[in-house]
Design a protein around this ligand. Structure first.
Ligand code: NDP
Ligand code: 2IT
Length: 444
């Protein structure tokens, strides 16, 4: 059995009931076959792949907090510090009832290669809790965040591990967590990114993931003699990534006709109204059912459905495995040309294969959504030098990072004879830098 297959088998056996983690590991290791085969003896001797797939450290903790009725609630908190070979652990915190160790491990594993691709000195990690911020009062969210940080603060720091936002963790939650960290550690340091502008946050971090997604898509299209202008775009999600992906796509001249949340989706033939979306989701924290009040010409549908809308470009920006093989078949039948992942692993493995086999250009999340964490690293730089850069400066750096990232994954794909296969290109390019750094640092 090949070394790659042996390690995949071990991961499945040693990490039962973690299907998302298995999926992420399988995708990366499958892409690395050529690289691993060429170095099989040495890699095997060094147990290199076993070290890549095992987190350096994983922390699981109790998070007790008191709700508005005086009832004590108990959630579970996680932080998986996956790989620190190229910098301090870096990655978001997800607050969603579906969170478990396997989800955090898949996200942390992806983060290692994503962070490597940014070209910036950040290792990979991820954290979260099964706490659901939906329907909670601000005080309840604060109580949870303070309790969560009381434990997490023992393991993080500006030069150790720097968490940030993800699903369910936005500016409000980061603010409460930062306040508690400062109070406990008596340190005013850049221990979290995605902070508010008045206390160390970076301009353009809020927009960065969505904007970066469009910058890399635009560069890829440019290199294929095309552009975003005039394209019809379908987006899923209505959160941080989706909102700013829609905004940038519109600025680049596309028409974005959908968005969605966990209960339904909107079709707006005139193009999504980003101001309305922000008011519904960021200010009122309400459902997309409200969108019709702003745009009477739009349609609201319960359940899942954005992938049934005819488009040139599809941007999944909500959650993992939200675009499956049936969705991929409908997209292809409707003539989609590009699928670029704003979310982490939103496309199932068989759907990805089907899209690629049918000539659709596919940009995987670890490349396409790397603009968020890249700009987090820029926030860390600003915090270290105690300065803040202008929006234009950060945005220009973000664009440069995404353009470089595209060429890096394109070169890696071509070097190994897989032109336009950006899954393989991203996995190989991300892996090579991590392996170099790991080898240089000995067996640790
Ligand atoms: P938000 O919480 O801001 O938004 C998430 C959106 O997805 C919401 O509209 C939410 O619906 C919807 N959603 C969440 N879970 C589900 C589900 N199980 N089924 C259907 N819809 C769901 O998160 P972000 O925009 O920050 O994150 C979106 C994705 O992008 C995630 O995969 C995240 O890991 C990834 N990502 C985020 C980055 C960032 O900087 N924030 C960076 C890189 C990747 P509802 O409104 O009903 O809650
Ligand atoms: O998945 C991701 O890259 C993020 N949620 C952002 C992480 C970060 O540290 O900014």
């Amino acid at each position: 059995m090949s070394y790659v297959d042996e390690v995949i088998e071990r991961v499945i056996k040693e990490n039962p009931n973690e299907p998302e983690f298995h999926q992420a590991v399988r995708e990366v290791l499958d892409s690395l076959r050529l690289v691993v085969d060429a170095n099989e003896e040495q890699f095997r001797k060094d147990a290199l792949l076993e070290r890549i797939v095992n987190p350096e450290r994983q922390i699981k903790f109790r998070v007790p907090w008191v709700d508005d009725k005086g009832q004590v609630q108990v959630n579970t908190g996680y932080r998986v510090q996956f790989n620190s070979s190229i910098g301090p652990y870096k990655g978001g915190i997800r607050l969603h009832p579906s969170v478990n160790l396997g989800i955090i491990k898949f996200l942390g594993f992806e983060q290692v290669f994503k962070n490597s691709l940014t070209g910036l000195p950040i290792g990979g990690g991820k954290g979260g809790s099964d706490f659901d911020p939906k329907g909670k009062s601000d005080r309840e969210v604060m109580a949870f965040c303070q309790s969560f940080m009381t434990e997490l603060s023992k393991y993080i720091g500006a030069d150790t591990d720097v968490p940030a936002g993800d699903i369910g963790t936005g500016a409000r939650e980061i603010g409460y967590m930062f306040g508690q960290y400062k109070r406990l550690r008596n340190l005013y340091e850049g221990v979290l990114t995605g902070k508010g502008l008045s206390y160390g946050g970076s301009l353009a971090r809020t927009e960065a993931t969505g904007y970066g997604l469009l910058y890399i898509t635009e560069e890829m299209l440019k290199c294929h003699g095309d552009s975003i202008e005039g394209k019809t775009v379908v987006v899923s999600g209505a959160g941080n990534v989706a909102t700013y992906a829609i905004q940038k796509a519109q600025q680049l001249g596309a028409k974005v006709v959908t968005c969605s949340d966990s209960t339904g989706w909107v079709y707006d033939p005139d193009g999504i109204d980003v101001d309305a979306l922000k008011e519904i989701k960021e200010v009122k924290r309400a459902r997309l059912t409200e969108y019709k009040n702003y745009r009477p010409n739009s349609e609201y549908h319960e359940g899942k459905g954005v992938w049934s809308v005819k488009c040139d470009i599809a941007l999944p920006c909500a959650t993992q495995n939200e675009l499956n093989i049936d969705d991929a078949k409908v997209l292809v039948a409707n003539g989609v040309a590009v699928v670029a992942e704003g979310a982490n692993m939103p496309t199932t493995a068989d759907a990805t294969e089907y899209l690629q086999a049918n000539g659709v250009i596919f940009l995987p999340g670890k490349a396409a959504n790397a603009g968020g964490v890249a700009t987090s690293a820029l926030e860390m730089s600003q915090n270290s030098e105690r300065l803040s850069w202008s929006f234009e400066e950060v945005d220009a750096k973000l664009k440069g990072i995404m353009v470089n990232l595209y060429h890096n994954i394109d070169d890696a794909a071509k070097k190994y004879g897989f032109e336009d296969n950006f899954v393989i290109g991203a996995n190989i390019a991300g892996f090579e830098k991590v392996v170099n750094a790991m080898n240089a640092q000995g067996i640790v």
